[in-house]
Design a protein around this ligand. Structure first.
Ligand SMILES: [Zn+2]
Length: 367
């Protein structure tokens, strides 16, 4: 359905859900295999596509939706209220499909939709959209600045809240390499069906990689909770990982999973009603957090200590950057209104959800 919608782009310049579902009705009348499938799931795919298409205009750098290839797309289907039901603890889908679900927890309310998908390990999941009451975050009035890095994943204004480099991927690197070698040994020629031994080794490789990824997410969330619970203003470096991904620190930078930590921090901070400010990273390292003077020369990556020529303030390079980030956010607090941008986040290729506005400060001068 998705690829069919993409191919309609020539005839249907601005695909809306209405236009696409009209096409679906015609297509269902023509071909019987489409009629056999669930209409709700087909419509939902089109709805997702229409949203993705609209979204591609709003976010700079995001192209139009592209066709999905079976080779590298995991199966995923979404059903809305009309398309599924839960009876006797089983999930029932159209076409007489009844799935014995292993429930991770009780649903707090009646679900409005369910997404059934397979992960890279081959396990199937059902993810429900439910309404639930939020627990109010504790009162806090602290402020914090966060600077991302490789030696320490997150350096904050207060050393107590630093997130150290955890090295989950590094720890299992040898094990992963072993599993990948096993895969390479068992690989058959191109075009031939892979052997069972190869598939087993492939699953093992995926399991090791997935475990490290899960540990990263878990630790990021534990850290984020501590930060969010104790601070009212959170100034976050608007880190763009592109530069690090091209450097010789790429492996370690990827291991640190800065992107996950940043996303969780922004999301959970907003959810708790905290003020989250994204500060552009330009000049944060070379500006003195005490007197605000910007150094003439750029600090090389090897220089770990910042020294201000004007006031003589000396601090750890990252700590100074975190303080500068916080100072920038505090200084621009009043003026942040006119540079606000609404940010919509696009999740799982599925939903467009508008989030509360995050003020983004303009970059100071040229980079
Ligand atoms: Zn200074």
């Amino acid at each position: 359905m998705w690829n069919e919608a993409v191919h309609q782009q020539r005839s249907c310049r601005k695909p809306t859900f209405g236009k696409l579902s009209k096409l679906l009705t015609e297509a269902r009348a023509r071909s019987s295999w489409l009629r056999d499938g669930s209409q709700v799931a087909q419509q939902q795919t089109l709805r997702t596509y229409a949203l993705a298409f609209q979204h591609s205009f709003r976010v700079k750098g995001r192209g139009r939706p592209r066709p999905k290839r079976r080779k590298d797309t995991l199966p995923s289907l979404e059903y809305t209220t009309r398309g599924f039901s839960i009876r006797d603890h089983r999930l029932r889908l159209p076409g007489g499909v009844s799935i014995p679900v292993v429930w991770s927890r009780e649903l707090p309310s009646d679900p409005t939709s369910v997404r059934v998908y397979q992960d890279c390990l081959g396990y199937w999941h059902a993810s429900f959209v439910v309404r639930r009451d939020t627990t109010p975050a504790p009162e806090a009035n602290g402020t914090i600045g966060v600077d991302w890095g490789v030696t320490t994943t997150a350096t904050t204004t207060d050393a107590v809240y630093d997130l150290p480099y955890l090295g989950h991927r590094k720890r299992c690197a040898a094990e992963l390499a072993k599993a990948q070698r096993r895969m390479a040994r068992r690989r058959r020629v191109k075009g031939a069906r892979p052997s069972n031994g190869y598939l087993r080794a492939e699953r093992q490789t995926a399991r090791i990689a997935k475990k490290a990824a899960r540990q990263n997410i878990h630790d990021a969330r534990v850290w984020v909770k501590r930060v969010v619970d104790n601070h009212a203003l959170i100034a976050v470096e608007d880190f763009q990982p592109k530069f690090l991904a091209k450097s010789r620190m790429a492996r370690k930078a990827a291991d640190a999973a800065i992107g996950i930590a940043k996303r969780e921090l922004v999301e959970r901070g907003l959810r708790a009603g905290r003020k989250v400010v994204l500060v552009p990273p330009a000049y944060t390292t070379m500006t003195c957090s005490q007197c605000g003077t910007r150094a003439k020369n750029r600090l090389g990556l090897g220089v770990r200590v910042f020294r201000c020529d004007t006031c003589g303030y000396t601090a750890c390079r990252d700590r100074n950057a975190a303080r500068t980030i916080l100072a920038t956010a505090e200084r621009n607090r009043a003026g942040a209104d006119d540079v606000r941008h609404a940010i919509t986040s696009f999740r799982d290729g599925a939903r467009v959800r508008s989030e509360p506005e995050i003020p983004r400060l303009p970059a100071v001068g040229k980079r």
